[in-house]
Design a protein around this ligand. Sequence first.
Ligand SMILES: [Fe+2]
Length: 399
Amino acid sequence: MPHYQKRGKIPHKRHTQFKKPKGGLYSEQLVSTEGFHSVSSLIYHCHPPTLVKMIDEPIDVTPKIAQQKNMQHRCYKGFSIQPVEDYLKSRVPVLVNNDVHIVLAAPQKSTKGYFYKNSDADEVIFVHEGTGIMKSVFGELKFGYGDYIVIPRGTIYQMEFATKNNRLFIVESFSPVVYPKRYRNEFGQLMENSPYCERDIRAPQNLTTTDRKGDFLVYIKKQGLLYPYHYAAHPFDAIGWDGNHYPYIFSIHDFEPITGRVHQPPPVHQTFEAHNFVICSFVPRKYDYHPLSIPAPYHHSNVDSDEVLYYVDGDFMSRKHVERGMITLHPIGIPHGPHPGTVEKSIGKEETKELAVMVDTFKPLSLTVDAKKIEDGSYYLSWLDSSTSRKFHQKTDIE
Ligand SMILES: [Fe+2]
């Protein structure tokens, strides 16, 4: 729920005549994710956003479910997802439910020949590797390592990569993604105790008005189908816009960790929230400073959420079996916690360099066929001590 922004030219009063220099009116469009009562923006187009020329046959991209119900700790090697040239084809859903789809992608090329719009879901694209520019009617967002690109549903966009090796961790949310309510005051401003503030939010820049007629292909995603829409006007034809609804970037590197004398619970890492799930950031931080503190987390029974951890970077590289891009899933119903030996090992350590993204879903996740292909099947046995067949060792100091 970003703060007010204005780009380009807009009329003095909303919903009034806004004349083009050579005659005619600009077309006003209200965009929001929840009716007319939530945050919104007004966009002024050179052409009406309704000029449909043709619709091709839709393409089915519904996630293929391998296992609908899960009651086992899981581990996936996210970097085993194969790079694919095309951005949309590269997107591989791995864990899904009715509230959220967790998607991995390793696109190699920019979306030059088409545009994309997700009409069902807000998208949070965490950039693990790669740089580039996300373009939309609102302007440009330059992205790089550690950025969360938050794209409200209904936003037509293109990804222009400057790099060939790109790794994205994408969260598709079927409800609006917002700043946690407890970080906001009654006026919507981020409060002093929030781990980030408005200065950390990067809004679109360099608004370019592309006033062009022709044939412009927009893949519109709805209910698992991609509809190839052909429009007669370029989608990025805004002369101006203003409001609180727009794509933005928040970098995980700008998340200020909250620490304490003793171990702090996962909610201190919360970054975004949506209906029935939250996104948290685990960032480099000083450890607990009570003289008898145990930096490693305690065991906990997540009886109300499936916990998904995506390992980004940090000193876990020096440890066995935790890789960049790895995902662990600790499902509702069974406890999890530190691996044997890691509690004792953590005592006396002063800081962690780990970087990770967590998605806690309040409803169980289903496992896709593609997730099964990259699974390390022995993970659920990894809490057995070394006297037994502990092939897998590793739980880092993250929850
Ligand atoms: Fe946990």
